[in-house]
Design a protein around this ligand. Structure first.
Ligand code: HAM
Length: 417
């Protein structure tokens, strides 16, 4: 018995029609990025392990449990791209060329999580990072762009959750106050949160365990930790979102599981995804570039959407054949002419295909019908002798004899091109 190889757990093979939908989503995302002035970047899948330890934080789930490390090399498959973009920005001294940058990326990320629906070990991010401004209008833009991409991808049941962690000082204040308030509850916290009480108290707010959530909500945490500047930044942003008619839910317990965030954090969920309901998330990271050996503090904000989760809930049409004209051949003797005719139609920039398996005319037509091809050119011996072919409109089940020299213009007219 030959061994059958399977795809690696937590990875996906994508093929049509899914790949057509993925292409459509990417095309729409790129268009929106272009309109908003974001420029494409293509960064490696491999990065130094230390980058994420320092960037995301050593006590986060991603760094503690989920990174794929290439043993003996201190290199990992990137689990996310924000720390990586910061590394790229610093390494290339981009601040010297321009004081403000807007980038977007589309690519694979890797996390060794326990696979389930919507949670993979290799998945794709459509993400953006805007570097060099603290302005809350930029926060609104980042949120707007992420929502626009989701909507253009045929996803509507969206809910935007938003919070502000404040600056580093505010975060410490919040962290200390959680620590203080939770001391009395230590014995009833889950084992992970017990540990977090000393390593990363903020992440207790994010715990999904019912018992911890109950305790946390009784603490009545709101925006008390925010200093004046961070308070006005956040509430200025919320007021502007109101003006833009972008609906949001202010969620004071939203902290996100990456340590680099400061100020605005947000998450976009849908009720149609089950437990892994986040389609995307983002936030500010005003200190990350400085913390990663930058010389100056450069504020930034970004987001990333999970492409596979978008695919699960996208309403975009499932049929996307690129073939608009099929060429069917009545006998193998004239296949050569039929093939050349196929090429002539392709040269016009029209998607065109032909049978390669010697199928009967009936089977060829059936196949084109199945693919949803609107026009079929039937090449027959008798018609060829007259310099003609039969053009069949599959949508109306109607056919007519057409002169070869008129074929190109008639095809374009029928396709409305
Ligand atoms: P994140 O929340 O870790 O943020 O990931 C963003 C999105 O990626 C999630 O909302 C989800 O849709 C998708 N995602 C995450 N993990 C998986 C997985 N295992 N399988 C499938 N999809 C997944 C970040 O990574 C930040 N870098 C976002 C950001 C950019 N913040 C600022 N700039």
């Amino acid at each position: 018995m030959k061994k059958i190889f399977h795809s690696v757990r937590g990875t996906c093979d994508f093929y049509p029609p899914q790949t057509f939908i993925i292409e459509k989503i990417i095309e729409k995302a790129k268009r929106i990025f272009e309109i908003f002035g974001y420029e494409p970047i293509l960064l490696p899948h491999l990065e130094e392990e230390g980058l994420f330890k320092k960037g995301i934080g050593t006590t986060t789930d991603i760094v503690e449990k989920q990174m794929f490390k290439i043993e003996s090399k201190d290199v990992v498959l990137r689990p996310e791209a924000t720390a990586q973009v910061a590394r790229f920005y610093i390494e290339n001294s981009l601040h010297k060329f321009k004081d403000f940058h807007k980038f977007y990326y589309i690519g694979a990320m890797f996390r060794g999580e326990r696979p389930q629906k919507g949670r993979l070990r290799e998945f794709h991010h459509i993400g953006a990072e805007a570097i060099g401004s603290e302005n809350f209008y930029l926060d609104a833009e980042i949120i707007d762009v992420s929502l626009k991409i989701l909507k253009a991808s045929g996803i509507d049941d969206l809910s935007l959750k938003i919070n502000s962690l404040g600056c580093a000082k505010d975060k410490n204040k919040l962290s200390d106050s959680i620590k203080r308030k939770l001391r009395d509850y230590e014995s009833v916290l889950c084992p992970d949160c017990k540990k977090r009480l000393t390593t990363s108290p903020l992440r207790i707010l994010d715990c999904k365990k019912n018992s911890c959530q109950k305790i946390v909500s009784s603490l009545n945490i709101k925006s008390q930790h925010l200093c004046e500047g961070c308070h006005s930044h956040f509430f200025g942003l919320l007021a502007f979102l109101d003006e833009l008619k972008i609906k949001y839910v202010y969620q004071p317990l939203l902290v996100r599981g990456l340590d680099y965030y400061t100020n605005t954090v947000f998450e976009i969920t849908t009720c149609r995804l089950g437990s892994q309901d986040a389609l995307g998330a983002g936030g500010r990271y005003n200190n990350l570039i400085y913390d990663l050996a930058g010389r100056v503090q450069i504020p930034a904000i970004g987001f990333a959407l999970g492409l596979e989760r978008m695919l699960l809930v996208s309403n975009l049409p499932k049929e996307y054949s690129t073939i608009k004209v099929g060429v069917a051949c009545t006998s193998s003797d004239i296949y050569r002419q039929a093939y050349k005719l196929t090429q002539t139609i392709r040269d016009e920039g029209v998607g065109c295909d032909i049978d390669y398996k010697g199928k009967s005319l009936k089977a060829q037509l059936k196949n084109f019908q199945k693919l949803g091809v609107p026009l079929v050119v039937i090449v027959g011996d008798a018609e060829l002798k007259e310099g003609c072919i039969i053009l069949r409109d599959m949508r109306e089940s109607r056919q007519e004899k057409v002169k070869l020299e008129e074929l190109r213009s008639i095809i374009k007219e029928r396709l409305g091109a």
